[in-house]
Structure formats: C-alpha cells, structure tokens
Design a protein around this ligand. Structure first.
Ligand SMILES: [Zn+2]
Length: 314
C-alpha cells in the first residue's frame, strides 16, 4: 500500500501529545510506527522482573523510540524512510568536500527545522527520565539526534551520534546552538520560501534544485569556516573518546536494555558485544528483529511508549 507522506494533512492521535500545535500539525504516530502485536502480559512481567533484579541498568535507544513522537526512522519495514522513498542520508565525505552539497543540505534543513525541533518526548522518553531520577537507570546511550531525551530531562546521557540542536564549525570547532543559526538563515534569505514535502530522521526535507541554488548559507561567525550539524553523518566515525566512555559505563552496569533499535549500525552494536563479554543480561524492546536477538535473554516486540510506562522502576 502506498502511504501518504504529506505531513500537514494528518492529525496527530498520540494521547501523550502535550502541545496543541504539535497535535494539529504533525503526522499521526501510526504513519511512522510499524505494526506490533498486542501487549503480552507475560512479557511485561518478564521485563518487570528484569528491571527489578537490576540496580544499574544501561539503556541504549534508537530511532524506534522516537517514531511515537512523529519522527520517522530509516529502517522499519514498510514505514521507515528506506521503505517509503528512494532517498538516502547524506554522506559525511560529500558534505565536507562540496559547498554545493552543503547548500542543498542546509536549505532543506532550514525548512525542516521548525517542525523537527518542535517534536516532543513521548511516554517512553519520560519513563527513562523517571528511571534516572529514581537511580535505576545508570546510563543512557542514544543513537538519536533529536534531543528528545534531553527534553524529557535525562542527564546521564551520551548522544552517540551527536545532536541536531548543535552546530559545529568544520574549521575551528566552535559549537553553537542550532536555533541561533535559524535566525542567521532567515536574515540572509528574507524572501526565500519553500514548502516541506516530507521529514526525514535528521530533519531533512525535499526541495527543487532552483530553490536550493538561491539559498544563502552563513559560515562560522568566528572564523568563516563551513558549518555542519554536530552529528555523525553516515560514513563518519564516532569520536573514540566517546566510545571508550560508553564502554566503561557498560562495564559498570549490571544489565543492558535496548529500546527501539535494530542495532544494524556497528556504533551501537559494539556495546552489546561488550555487555556480552561481561555476561550482562540483555533485554531488547524493538518492533521487528534485531542484530542481537540471539544474545538477549528477553525480546519484546512492543511499542516503547506503551510498554515502558508500565514498568515500575522501584
Ligand atoms: Zn569557525
């Protein structure tokens, strides 16, 4: 079945949506969340037992936790971006070598930003933040760049692939807030307008070549260097210090829970291997198979936002 990709014609149905503007303008969660079987009470009990027996849970989250906030993922069967369009994410080497490619990227990113930045955490994000406040969650590692864990109040957090809400200068390394850059874009492009035709996991949208060519891109206010979102693009590698840091947190934890990730990308998968070496119990909550199902003592195919709030972290 061909799915309607228009974001402005659908109304949100998420009962957790707190912002009325968000409810009115964002795609329904059903558009981006793969179908899943009804909650199995026995499985819920098993996850409860897993959490109760753990004192220092390390949680790894992926795109699957944010689909219920209206952000599509890349890989979910039928509903992920790979399944619905022929677009592929930007490659790091292309972004760095070509001003034209950066122009296209930023033009799309500029259009997508107001919507992308307005997404709100869903009950799964809130639940993990609550676990942290109660001392149950030892560390949270996310592969997402949408800042939804931060918005939910999580602090013991490593954003493995960075965050779209920060911008980095490729020359001097200066970090700035993405919101400030939006003001600079608007100042340089006062009459420029474009219509978003769809939203990708990185906040990207679709534009014509003509629209892209006339878009003015600001450079670093300090040194004039090119600007890049502070995220790891495909083909780039995660900072080794960050990887070491997470490996240490995994070794200090006593259980590992994966939430909403198929673990196809090695940058997340390697921590599962470390957990396995340390013989930590591993539970996986993800709709659809993952690369590590055979390593998990518990696998749940449920919506993260439906299941996690049911778990008592005391
Ligand atoms: Zn600079």
């Amino acid at each position: 079945m061909r799915m309607n990709f228009g974001l402005t014609v659908r109304s949100a149905q998420g009962r957790w949506s707190l912002n009325p503007y968000h409810r009115r303008t964002h795609g329904s969660i059903g558009l981006f969340v793969p179908p899943s079987p009804p909650l199995d009470p026995e499985k819920v009990k098993e996850l409860q037992r897993f959490i109760t027996l753990s004192k220092r849970v390390l949680v790894i989250t992926g795109a699957g936790i944010s689909t219920e906030s209206g952000i599509p993922d890349y890989r979910s069967e039928g509903v992920g971006l790979y399944a619905r369009t022929d677009r592929r994410p930007i490659q790091h080497r292309d972004f760095v070598r070509s001003a034209q490619i950066r122009q296209r990227y930023w033009a799309r990113n500029f259009v997508g930003w107001p919507q992308f930045s307005s997404h709100q955490p869903n009950p799964a994000h809130w639940a993990l933040s609550y676990w942290e406040r109660l001392g149950k969650l030892y560390w949270l590692v996310t592969q997402n760049v949408d800042a939804l864990h931060t918005k939910a109040g999580s602090r013991r957090l490593t954003e493995l692939h960075g965050c779209m809400h920060r911008v980095l200068c490729l020359t001097c390394g200066e970090q700035t807030a993405r919101g400030q850059l939006q003001d600079r874009f608007e100042g340089l492009n006062p009459t420029w307008s474009a219509e978003a035709h769809g939203l990708a996991p990185d906040g990207d949208v679709f534009l014509t070549e003509g629209q892209v060519r006339s878009f003015q891109v600001p450079s670093c206010a300090r040194c004039g260097g090119p600007l890049k979102p502070d995220v790891v693009f495909f083909g780039d590698t995660v900072n080794p210090d960050k990887v070491d840091f997470v490996h240490k947190r995994v070794k200090e934890a006593d259980a590992l829970l994966v939430v909403g990730s198929s673990l196809q990308v090695y940058s997340g998968y390697r921590f599962i291997l470390t957990a396995q070496e340390k013989k930590l119990p591993i539970a996986i909550l993800n709709i659809g198979p993952t690369r590590s199902d055979h390593l998990a003592c518990l696998k749940l195919d449920s919506r993260c936002g439906e299941l996690l709030p049911l778990i008592d972290p005391h």
